[in-house]
Every structure is written in structure tokens, then in C-alpha cells.
Design a protein around this ligand. Structure first.
Ligand SMILES: [Zn+2]
Length: 284
């Protein structure tokens, strides 16, 4: 008699379950940011010398959309002409130029948003970014200038990164409810002096409406935090199921690997019985 030996185990890359933000929104997505410090060719002259990211502000603002912000380790890019950018798409040294071709310090993962810190934009803008539009390929690239840190007597334009990220996530200055002086996407908005006045606290600044949140969450830049791979017994075999999209089911016969894409990627699915112990994991 052939003995059926079913053995399955799972490895979750995302070990944390959903968290909850101060506004009560469940944090169930992660947005990863690649900071890139632009420097002169010889490395002696760099933008954002203090490597300010406004992490706390960006994190609090995007929490209202259920999004957690992860700042990846810094990269540097050396190129003197790129220290001072223009905002015309027809010029050579622009955020379009940095984002539009490889070799400028970008993260190889296309779901990571690249943020270049430069000294200035010719029109005095604090930031300039590519804009994702619904239905077209997602656009990835943010530029932040040094005047973002000197703004308001050195308090800084503390929501500038959160605003520019909004453009990559498909938000603009006038649609989807961008109106008034407290909405994150309105250029003339009141900016916070600290996290104390960011929604849901104090003056409730940097608000995002439901339509804006829905648009931002529809982009594939956001990674589900809770993959929840479930393995259940079924007639001596196993059924695999998971809820999150954007993950690849991988399998191996040993925890040391090699891990390979499993032939079937649908959820739920019955895994045929074999005599071999097999491990499964979801990977993004
Ligand atoms: Zn803008």
C-alpha cells in the first residue's frame, strides 16, 4: 500500500498583522521609499546635507490612507549638473531625466518610489514629481529641493515629501476632492510645523479625502502587509489560500531552498499529494 505523507509548512514574509493608525484607519499597505542624495561629481557638494526625510510627518499623513511608509537606506548619485534641476520637460536636467533612464541611483524594484534630493529647481519649487494617471503606466520619481528645509525660518516644508508622493500615486492639485487649505494636494495649503497639527490632531492639516485615498490605494506601489497564507487539510491533501494580491507563491523541499515559483498561482488551490515534504511561502 502506498503511504501518503502530506507535509506542509509556511513562511510568511510579512509577520505583522494589520496595525491601526491614530485616526483609526487600519494600516494594511506599505510604501517603500528610496532616498537618493545627489552630489557633485567629486562628492564634495551634496544636497540635503543633513539627510532630512520628514519621516514622522510623511508616515502620519499617509497613515490616514492605511499606508505605512518605509524609508530604505540612503543612496548617493554623483552628477554635478543634476544638483540644480529645471522643471521643463524639454530641458536636459530634470526629474524626468533622473527618473527616465537607469543609472541615477534608482532602486531596482519598480514598486519602490525613488526620491532624489537636489539643491534647487529653477522655478523655486520645493518639489517636483512625475504624475501617475489612472489607466496609464505608473510613474515613479520625486525630486525634493533644499528650500524645503530652509522654508518657514528653518521649520521646513514638512509635508512636501508626502505631497510629492501623492503625485506618483495618481493625485493632482485640483481633482478627487483636492480643495481648501488643509488638503495635502493643494499647493497653497497651510503646512504643519510639526506632527502635532497633522490630521487627526490639532489643525487637522494634510487631509486626504475618500476619493484621493481610493486612487492612491489602487496603485501597485503599495504592498499588502498581511499575506495570510493558509494551509488546510482536505482529504489527506492540502488546500492553499491567501488574500493579498501581488504575491508569488513559491515552494521548496527544504528551508534552505532553492525556492521556485509554484506552477499554480491561484488562490485557493488544492496541492496534489506527494510523498515529499514541501514548504510554501508568499513573496512580493
Ligand atoms: Zn504638486
Amino acid at each position: 500500500m502506498k503511504q501518503i505523507f502530506a507535509c506542509a509548512a509556511m513562511v510568511l514574509f510579512s509577520l505583522l498583522g494589520p496595525l491601526t493608525s491614530a485616526s483609526g484607519q487600519t494600516i494594511d499597505r506599505r510604501l517603500r521609499i528610496q532616498p537618493i542624495q545627489v552630489c557633485s561629481d567629486d562628492g564634495t557638494d551634496c544636497a540635503n546635507t543633513n539627510r532630512i526625510l520628514f519621516s514622522a510627518e510623511t508616515t502620519k499623513i499617509w497613515a490616514q490612507a492605511g499606508v505605512e511608509i518605509e524609508m530604505l537606506p540612503w543612496e548617493q548619485f554623483y552628477g554635478t549638473p543634476w544638483l540644480n534641476l529645471t522643471t521643463s520637460i524639454f530641458d536636459d536636467y530634470t526629474i524626468y531625466g533622473l527618473a527616465g533612464s537607469p543609472g541615477h541611483g534608482q532602486n531596482p524594484d519598480p514598486t519602490v518610489i525613488n526620491v532624489w534630493f537636489v539643491k534647487s529647481f529653477n522655478n523655486g519649487a520645493f518639489g517636483h514629481s512625475l504624475q501617475t494617471s489612472p489607466g496609464i503606466a505608473q510613474r515613479n520619481g520625486v525630486g525634493i529641493a533644499d528650500n524645503s528645509f530652509s522654508y518657514n525660518n528653518g521649520i521646513g516644508r514638512r509635508d512636501v515629501l508626502a505631497h510629492e508622493l501623492g503625485h506618483n500615486l495618481g493625485l493632482d492639485h485640483t481633482t478627487l476632492g483636492a480643495i481648501g487649505n488643509t488638503n495635502l494636494m493643494v499647493p497653497g495649503r497651510q503646512t504643519p510645523d510639526s506632527t502635532q497639527d497633522i490630521i487627526p490632531d490639532g489643525q487637522q492639516l494634510d487631509f486626504l479625502g475618500d476619493l484621493q485615498i481610493a486612487q492612491a490605494r489602487s496603485t501597485s506601489f503599495l504592498i499588502p502587509l498581511d499575506a495570510r497564507l493558509q494551509i488546510q487539510a482536505s482529504n489527506g491533501c492540502v488546500v492553499l489560500s491567501w488574500e493579498a494580491s501581488g504575491f508569488t507563491l513559491e515552494s521548496a523541499v527544504s528551508s534552505e531552498g532553492p525556492w521556485q515559483n509554484f506552477p499554480a498561482q491561484t488562490s485557493p488551490q488544492v496541492v496534489p499529494c506527494t510523498n515529499q515534504c514541501r514548504l510554501f511561502r508568499l513573496k512580493h
